[in-house]
Design a protein around this ligand. Structure first.
Ligand SMILES: Cc1cc2nc3c(=O)[nH]c(=O)nc-3n(C[C@H](O)[C@H](O)[C@H](O)COP(=O)(O)OP(=O)(O)OC[C@H]3O[C@@H](n4cnc5c(N)ncnc54)[C@H](O)[C@@H]3O)c2cc1C
Length: 420
């Protein structure tokens, strides 16, 4: 495969990019689309676009049911991004001509046993306490909404604002939109950031970001199944269903075309093997919640690697000591829901040089500590975030990248890179 450097030699455009994006998953493609739409010259480097975690992701847009204890700042970002999804989906469909499978029926949260419900209610109480819209439902109200639920379901709640999109439609749409806006896809892996000759580099490589930047991004394995309703019929339920079933947690995501996604395990492993035990547990929990699934075809078993971080939140913004390099990675379980807000905030940062206040809790230097001194001559006591990044990013519209600025950024990026 071609390295970025050798590709840039062959393709003149690459050497002159304003923005080089590493990774063509949802995050990288959306950043590329937003930057290219603002008139910047953008390249996107990936040996296999869309082949990361998004290739198996369920596509739940779930700021409410994914709001966990101790993750207030992450929850705030999830809520913000989910609020952007309706406009983002409409704009992306318009730009690409692709329907995304974006659905807004909401999510039912259900429990089977008293223990399951006790665990779930503790979380729902917390979610209500922080102002999120979770509505407890009686069993009869649950069945009014989804008659196919198992008689064993003892109670639940409704999260009306937790929606879904189909990542297998989202990724092609993002790619088309990015390319129509002028972004150039460069097929090949980036082995070192020093190989990229652009004013700004955005590292959006999912789990691949760790090797490129030294950031603490680790793979968190998720096994997931895809079922299909008999004869290609529409699934016998409309809502996303998240169940607590005899101590197992499971989600069921119905697609209009007849597919049901059943997920997912959460494992500290880096392989993508599918285990019989995981398939057994997921299927048992799924059928316990919705018995008719036993009649569906099992059409796919798969595993993907979520880009996890120590605090489960993404890493967004200037990399300390690396002028001109921005991180947009570590989206863990939330990369699909966080796509709109990540793309907007990173494109804003690239074009204005000023980090939006929303980025503050997610800065890369929360893990790396103070920045290394900048040997290119800036104040060695100043962290290389914000102001230093502002030096390195192009002015709005992309026209403001001076030749001197380009050279300066490229030189500092390659010389100071302690991980390359
Ligand atoms: C089972 C499962 C279910 C999930 N369900 C949901 C869900 O319901 N909702 C939700 O919001 N999120 C979900 N996620 C999480 C979501 O898929 C990820 O957070 C999201 O895909 C991260 O996007 P990304 O673009 O950062 O990384 P990825 O999607 O992993 O893409 C990274 C890309 O970078 C490329 N790359 C890597 N290294 C290099 C390199 N050196 N050079 C060039 N390219 C490189 C890869 O080829 C890949 O194309 C799920 C994940 C899993 C595994």
């Amino acid at each position: 495969m071609l390295s970025a450097r050798s590709t840039s030699t062959q393709a003149g455009d690459v050497a002159r990019a304003d923005v080089a994006v590493v990774g063509a998953g949802p995050i990288g493609l959306a950043v590329a689309w937003r930057c290219a739409a603002r008139g910047l010259r953008v390249t996107v480097h990936d040996p296999a676009p869309g082949s990361g975690a998004s290739a198996v992701a369920a596509g739940m847009l779930a700021p409410v049911s994914e709001a966990y204890f101790g993750e207030r700042e992450l929850t705030g970002l999830l809520v913000e991004s989910a609020a952007r999804w309706p406009a983002f989906a409409a704009e992306l469909t318009e730009a690409s001509g692709v329907e995304l499978g974006y659905r807004t029926e909401g999510t039912l949260l259900v429990g089977l046993t008293a223990d399951d419900l006790a665990e779930a209610r503790r979380l729902w109480a917390y979610q209500q306490e922080i102002g999120l819209p979770v509505t407890p439902l009686r069993p009869s109200e649950l069945r009014d909404r989804e008659p196919a639920l198992a008689p064993r379901v003892r109670g639940g709640a409704f999260a009306a604002t937790d929606h879904q999109v189909d990542p297998r439609l989202l990724l092609p749409a993002l790619r088309i939109a990015a390319e129509r806006a002028g972004a150039v896809l460069v097929p090949g892996p980036v082995r070192t950031l020093a190989d990229l000759d652009a004013a700004v580099t955005v590292v959006a490589a999912g789990c691949g970001a760790a090797a490129l930047t030294g950031l603490p991004v680790r793979p968190v394995k998720g096994q997931v199944l895809r079922l299909r309703a008999p004869g290609g019929a529409t699934p016998g339920f409309r809502h996303v269903i998240r169940g607590y079933a005899d101590g197992e947690s499971v989600y069921l995501v119905p697609r209009s075309g007849g597919e049901v996604v059943v997920g997912a395990t959460v494992e500290e492993r880096r392989d993508t093997d599918v285990s019989a035990g995981a398939v057994l547990r997921l299927l048992r929990a799924a059928v316990d919640v919705l018995p008719e699934l036993a009649e569906y075809d099992l059409v796919e078993t798969a595993a993907g690697l979520r880009p996890g971080t120590p605090d489960n939140a993404p890493i967004l913004g200037p990399l300390p000591g690396r002028p001109g390099v921005l991180a947009a990675t570590g989206h863990h379980r939330h990369g699909i829901v966080l796509t709109p807000v990540t793309a907007d905030l990173i494109a804003d940062l690239v074009t204005t040089g000023r980090p939006d206040p929303l980025l503050a809790p997610f800065r890369p230097d929360r893990f790396t500590g103070p920045a290394a001194p900048d040997s290119a001559g800036s104040d060695p006591t100043a962290p290389a975030t914000g102001a230093a990044a502002a030096d390195a990013v192009p002015a709005a519209g992309g026209a403001g990248v001076s030749a001197a600025g380009d050279d300066d950024v490229a030189a500092r990026t390659s010389e100071e890179d302690p991980w390359n």
